[in-house]
Design a protein around this ligand. Structure first.
Ligand code: PLP
Length: 378
């Protein structure tokens, strides 16, 4: 039987032609014309002072940790319900991830539980906009201001989403997006660091260019090119930027197709939710999301393994994710948990993610039918 895959990368069609052009331009390393186009597009659409392409969202988060000058023992508050990179990027600097519980509605970091985790060592809060649905940012901005903490957005899943009309990635001092092939806009691997605070602008360019002042040198602002700070090679090649540019040029069409799929799921499961068979995603009024993900919450965690097995046997590759970081081996070694994290533990055990990719249209009805029949059987 043909399995309906969980994800399938969408190609707009002009990626290879762009790569051919980059090749013809004789500019293959980073920061060529395609990178410039991507930077301008992202700065304009998101509103950041500076967008800097990176080879992944993970890299952009690592750059954030360097920019914040985190030292061993500094603490960074974040959800436990997230991808490993949120924590790893800070742990690499010797900082301690402090895991706080999430809200049951959005599965985002709970703004009401964060302050209890703040200590004199706390330097930053790293929020994650799960499924491209914004955290309660006004509260986080207020808490960060009052306690003099940096606010970093892991907006890996959030391109095109907004909170009170403001693009995700532009709300904290620093934001990070991902262009991994599982996200909405892709370049295979890829990401961008969004710099929203003037204080970080110059150093971000240096850190990304191996800790050198190469960018100033190229602009004729200094007469020698040398090592001036810590850094690494965080910029992607032009071949990647060329690919990404093709996707950005088709941004609206991609978003529309994903939203149609998301809405079809949402409508199809409305009745089952009313009958108590599942819970659908909840989108707060202040949030506009980007149809990054469709998930369901089963009424009982105990049923999930059998439910997923039945779907997969029925030809639908549904999955779950996020072993809560506070319960992972590295999370226990490098991080610490604040409180019982009961919502995190419960939701991560109840969640089921459904296929959502452009091209699924013809098979989406099959996915819906299998889900509903399996729920009713249980
Ligand atoms: C995908 C993802 C990342 C990592 O992105 P990469 O580009 O693969 O490094 C980080 N955080 C979250 C929440 C993600 O979903």
């Amino acid at each position: 039987m043909n399995l309906i895959p969980f994800n399938k990368p969408f190609l707009v069609g002009s990626e290879l032609e762009n790569i051919r052009q980059a090749h013809a331009n004789w500019h293959l390393s980073g920061d060529g014309p395609f990178t410039q186009k991507c930077h301008q597009w992202l700065e304009k659409s998101i509103g950041s002072r500076k967008a800097l392409l990176t080879h992944s969202c993970t890299a952009a988060l690592e750059m954030s940790a360097l920019l914040l000058d985190l030292k061993p023992g500094d603490e960074v508050i974040m959800p436990s319900y997230t991808f490993v990179s949120t924590a790893n990027a800070f742990a690499l600097r010797g900082a301690v991830p402090v895991f706080v519980d999430v809200r049951p509605d959005t599965l985002n970091l709970d703004e009401n539980k964060v302050e209890a985790a703040i200590t004199p060592k706390t330097k930053a809060i790293a929020v994650v906009h799960y499924a491209g649905v914004s955290c309660e940012m006004d509260r986080f901005l207020e808490i960060a201001r009052r306690h003099r903490l940096w606010l970093v957005e892991d907006a890996a899943q959030g391109i095109g989403s907004s909170y009170k009309g403001k693009a995700l990635g532009n709300l904290g001092s620093l934001g990070a997006l991902s262009f991994h092939e599982t996200k909405n806009i892709i370049s295979g691997e890829g990401g961008v660091l969004l710099v929203n605070d003037e204080a970080f602008e110059e150093r971000a360019e240096i850190i990304r260019e191996k800790g050198t002042n190469r960018i100033k040198f190229r602009k004729g602002m200094v007469d020698k090119y040398t090592w001036v700070d810590l850094g690494s090679s965080y910029l992607p090649s032009e071949l990647i930027a060329a690919f990404l540019w093709a996707q950005l040029e088709n941004f609206d069409a991609i978003m529309k197709k994903r939203m149609d799929l998301w809405l079809a799921y949402h409508q199809a499961f409305e009745d089952a939710e009313r009958k108590g068979f599942l819970r659908r995603p909840i989108i707060p009024r202040d949030c506009r999301h980007n149809a990054h993900m469709y998930y369901l919450l089963l009424p009982q965690a105990e049923r999930r393994a059998a439910f997923l097995a039945a779907l997969n046997e029925g030809g639908v590759n549904a999955v779950f994710h996020y072993v809560p970081l506070h319960s992972s081996p590295a999370g226990q070694k490098y991080g610490k948990a604040q409180g019982s994290l009961e919502v995190t533990t419960e939701m991560s055990a109840r969640i089921v993610r459904l296929p959502l990719w452009i091209g699924l249209e013809g098979q989406q009805a099959t996915v819906i039918e299998k889900v509903l029949s399996e729920l009713k059987r249980g």
